[in-house]
Design a protein around this ligand. Structure first.
Ligand SMILES: NC(=O)c1ccc[n+]([C@@H]2O[C@H](COP(=O)([O-])OP(=O)(O)OC[C@H]3O[C@@H](n4cnc5c(N)ncnc54)[C@H](OP(=O)(O)O)[C@@H]3O)[C@@H](O)[C@H]2O)c1
Length: 418
């Protein structure tokens, strides 16, 4: 059935009542591939909330790299796990702002009509890790809208009540839909995993990307000195505006990128370029970095381990360029460096991080706002690394400024390169 997207922002049901079907962007296993083909519009049944669950009317949705992976079916197809076998479809989207539309049994903290932002971690209330260690350690832990269906690229989404956060009043629907996944991930990496302190020196890869724009701002807010790596001088100017001490254009050091099939001679040459890169980092920061903020993976990881200070930390949450990492481990043990794996954040961290957004100390960085029709194209742009900061999608909101109910600066617009 053709889906009429002209009426996505209109509903003919009152809060508390759900329509039978909704417009949704859907990935199915048989069309995994480039995002522009994998995502298609379909009319899908609206789910009912279970116990401790909430149905949120999506006003705007944020675009993340995880649904590039979901489209591609790499490194694994998402259809083998989460609730995908039960429903057979993937409605992606791990960031949203919206209105609580219907609450399930047991929900007391939120009511119909509340304006919310959604964090993307789900875990079963019954797992003991949730009640003492960390929900991120629970066997049931899943990223909503990636490892589960019923994500935010639809008129309604189904989430656990614990995923809701108050929507910052000084932000519009699109501004508030755009930051959760990457900002909360960066917050856990730097603040909790690395115990970021004033005066720390930090090297940030992909500093103008979704994670990077928040890592830079967190360093600035914590009194740490950040140098960001980017692939154009325009992106460099953006991150200086966000508070980085300076930037390095990685094209000047392209020889340091690890492919994984280097001959010993090539590896020696590659290492020479990493060394020169490390020298540049020291010139900018005055010393080697205490922390390296990693998510690029294979291409950059040997350089990260090499350049971080003795006893320093390489914190990693992703591997865009490849997840089989190899590096010279002597630089790790002889200089007593640490590698820390990190994945999203728990609800407590999300709430604390959200307060910094509410107070305007950290701001969303928006590159583009696209209509609901733009979901596939937005992911394709991200796949091709043509974006900066974040992309937001209008769903229930039909204009950019809607949803802001208090004074405040709103999102920073990443206009360079637009
Ligand atoms: N585990 C988690 O909780 C979690 C959370 C968020 C993201 N992630 C993962 O982390 C990765 C980055 O996410 P993101 O939202 O920041 O993506 P993004 O918006 O695409 O930004 C990533 C940045 O990395 C740089 N980059 C990409 N490929 C590179 C390469 N081969 N060599 C050097 N730099 C490269 C690009 O910057 P330049 O071109 O300017 O250098 C790009 O802007 C993704 O793989 C994502 O799935 C994981």
């Amino acid at each position: 059935m053709a889906v009429d997207t002209s009426s996505v922002a209109k509903l003919d049901v009152e809060p508390g009542t759900l329509p039978e079907t909704m417009a949704a962007w859907v990935i199915r296993q048989e069309r995994e591939g480039e995002p522009k083909d994998a995502f298609q519009l379909e009319q899908i049944e609206v789910p009912e909330p279970g116990a401790f669950e909430v149905i949120v009317r999506v006003m705007a949705a944020g675009v993340n790299f995880n649904n590039v992976w979901a489209s591609l079916g790499e490194p694994v197809s998402i259809f083998g796990y989460g609730d995908h076998p039960e429903f057979g479809h993937h409605i992606g989207g791990s960031d949203a702002s919206g209105v609580v539309w219907k609450v399930g049994e047991g929900v007391t903290r939120w009511k119909v009509g509340d304006e919310v932002v959604i964090h993307c971690n789900q875990a079963s209330y019954e797992d003991v890790e949730v009640h003492g260690l960390d929900p991120m350690a629970a066997p049931s832990q899943r990223i909503w809208g990636y490892e589960t269906t019923w994500g935010s690229f639809a008129q309604f989404t189904k989430v656990q009540a614990q995923q809701l956060l108050p929507k910052p009043k000084n932000l519009s629907w699109v501004d508030s839909s755009s930051y959760g996944l990457t900002y909360f991930t960066a917050y856990r990496m730097l603040i909790d995993q690395c115990k970021l302190q004033p005066g720390h020196n930090v090297l940030i890869w992909g500093a103008a990307g979704g994670l990077g724009v928040f890592a830079v701002q967190l360093c600035k807010a914590a009194g740490a000195n950040a140098v960001g790596v980017v692939s154009s001088d325009e992106k460099g100017e953006l991150i200086k505006q966000l508070g980085a001490v300076d930037f390095i254009n990685r094209n000047e050091f392209s020889g340091m990128m690890r492919r994984g099939d280097e001959s010993p001679e090539e590896e020696k040459e590659r290492f020479g370029v990493s060394r020169a890169f490390g020298k540049r980092v020291k010139e900018i920061l005055g010393d080697a970095p205490d922390v390296v903020f990693e998510h690029v993976g294979q291409a950059t990881f040997p350089t990260s381990v090499f350049v971080v200070k003795p006893f320093g930390k390489v914190v990693i949450c992703g591997a865009t360029s490849g997840f089989n990492l190899d590096f010279d481990v002597r630089y790790l043990w002889m200089r007593q460096k640490q590698i820390i794996g990190s994945h999203f954040a728990n609800a407590y961290e999300c709430n604390r991080a959200n307060e910094l957004i509410e107070s305007g100390q950290i701001r969303p960085v928006l590159w583009r706002v696209m209509p609901f029709e733009g979901v596939a194209e937005a992911h394709q742009l991200m796949r091709e690394n043509k974006h900066q900061g974040k992309i937001a999608i209008l769903v229930g909101a039909d204009e950019e400024g809607q949803g802001k109910t208090a004074e405040g600066p709103g999102a920073i617009r990443a206009e360079v390169g637009n």
